[in-house]
Design a protein. Structure first.
Length: 366
């Protein structure tokens, strides 16, 4: 293997969706091959079918193993045995198992040091289910397989907003029981570490959302804020974490209050993802924080309704690749700084004080 750039492993996802389309559109840009060495995990037959169906101008190099990849090329590791039927826009077990085969091979190569980061194209969470995959999504599966005992945190992110979740793929009726003081504190600690290590934010400020409408209205609309969330925030503050809230989600996002914080912790899936996708649908990224592996994904699904039509926007996939590379570099810098400590850069405390005053005023308003 001859490569010096960051090696980005990319799973092809559901082969009846838009995975290949957004991958090919992205890496048809020569600049991307200068930035990293991409390694698609998939099937050359399936890739060729997608390329011809949408008349995409991109070439790829098929290799048997990731130790054969080449800089300056779009590499493709063949990890699908036999023929697979492709039916654009259709949920099928074959496409789900092809997605799993690619994911398993990519994770094996990561463990063996053949790729540096992992970017996953969208899967169908139903068709991928089988004896070897009984998880509600990528996040939980990767946590078990590559987490080394660490707890994962789902972060939805772009340049302007980072939203993390206390609970992820959980039925809404089960959410209140899962919102505990301990769970909130664990997730905030992971979030804070990620903001510092993965995003190089020295003193991150985290906003915590309420669970109930109007933040419970002093117990009138629910007591989780008074009994669970506020005690968690108080203890976190006592530990030195810059943690604020709880904020009613509607007013918080409606007033663009997230602009004053480095991260936002939502209590459940749709509370965080609905406003995030409204704000950042085109360039949003799903990042799995808290694990040794750097894993990102475009913040959209299989898009069956437009699959095979050449209409898919590759912007989110581009952002996912950029994010994986940036996070990998930030972790390397911190690791090197730990080995060879350097003098800390001066921080403009006036800017911190200005933002602090703005936040104090905001909290009084909310």
């Amino acid at each position: 293997m001859k490569t010096e750039k960051i090696r980005v492993g990319i799973t092809h996802g559901d082969i009846n969706g838009v995975g290949y389309e957004v991958i090919f559109k992205l890496f048809s840009e020569p600049m991307m091959l200068e930035l990293c060495t991409p390694v698609i995990y998939g099937s050359p037959k399936v890739a060729t079918y997608h390329r011809k169906a949408m008349d995409l101008s991109v070439n790829f190099l098929t290799v048997d193993s990731a130790d054969q990849i080449t800089d300056g090329k779009l590499n493709l590791v063949d990890c699908i045995s036999g023929d697979v039927k492709i039916e654009f826009g259709k949920a099928a077990q074959d496409s789900g198992q092809a997605a799993l085969a690619a994911l398993e091979k990519a994770m094996e190569d990561y463990r063996n040091g053949l790729i540096d980061v992992l970017v996953t194209a969208p899967i169908n969470k139903s068709t991928i289910q089988c004896e070897n995959f009984h998880f509600p999504g990528h996040t939980e599966y990767i946590e078990e397989k590559l987490g080394d005992g660490n707890e994962a945190l789902m972060i939805l992110m772009n340049e302007r907003l980072k939203v993390a979740l206390v609970t992820t793929h959980l039925p809404l009726r089960e959410v209140p029981d899962a919102i505990t003081k301990e769970a909130i504190m664990r997730k905030v600690h992971i979030f804070e570490r990620s903001l510092k290590t993965d995003f190089a934010i020295q003193k991150p400020r985290i906003a915590v959302l309420a669970l109930n409408p109007h933040a419970g209205d002093n117990g009138l609309l629910g007591d989780e804020e008074q009994n669970v969330i506020i005690p968690a925030i108080k203890e976190l503050v006592e530990e030195g974490v810059s943690c604020f809230g709880p904020f009613a989600a509607d007013g918080f996002f409606g007033a663009s209050s997230y602009e004053y914080y480095d991260g936002v912790l939502a209590m459940y899936h749709d509370q965080g993802l609905s406003p995030f996708k409204t704000i950042a649908m085109s360039d949003g990224v799903n990042f799995t924080a808290g694990l040794p592996v750097v894993r990102t994904s475009p913040d959209h699904g299989t898009a069956y309704d437009i699959a095979g039509q050449g209409k898919a926007d590759e912007s989110s996939m581009r952002s996912a690749v950029y994010a994986a590379i940036d996070i990998f570099r930030n972790r390397k810098r911190e690791e090197e700084a730990g080995i060879n400590p350097l003098r800390k850069q001066m921080v403009d405390h006036r800017e911190d004080e200005t933002r602090s005053r703005r936040t104090d005023n905001l909290e009084q308003m909310l």
